[in-house]
Design a protein around this ligand. Sequence first.
Ligand code: MN
Length: 146
Amino acid sequence: MITKHSGDFKWDNVDVLPYKEDGNHFKSITRQVLFCGDGDLPVEFRYFDVGPGGHSTLEKHVHQHAVMIIRGKGTVMVGDQITEIGCQDIVHIPPLTWHQFKADRDDYLGFLCIVNHDRDRPQRPGTGSDVDEICVSEEIREFIRY
Ligand code: MN
């Protein structure tokens, strides 16, 4: 089966969905489910589009992500590392590793993301001690939005 790209990072018969249910822990981001597998390929293949200055949720979970940037540029935090990212870069989010994606102030950041179909719910920083656990450097303290 073929799903044709219909322009501007949208695909035929693929809905542009809210990133998550309501919240103020993310900004200017949409989600599209491009492929939902089963059998020996129990994965979801998604596309996330982050508008200029937007960001994903600061979170961690047991399930892993494999991500490839296909639009614009931005910055990602994975654990204790902050890295500038752009097209064709690949990001692996290991289990239980805090992470957050941000688009540049003047550019979009669009990325493909594979996850297991059966996965645990993301955890967000819930207490002051969580935030201190995340902030292993001043750079990270300034980077994160939650
Ligand atoms: Mn995640």
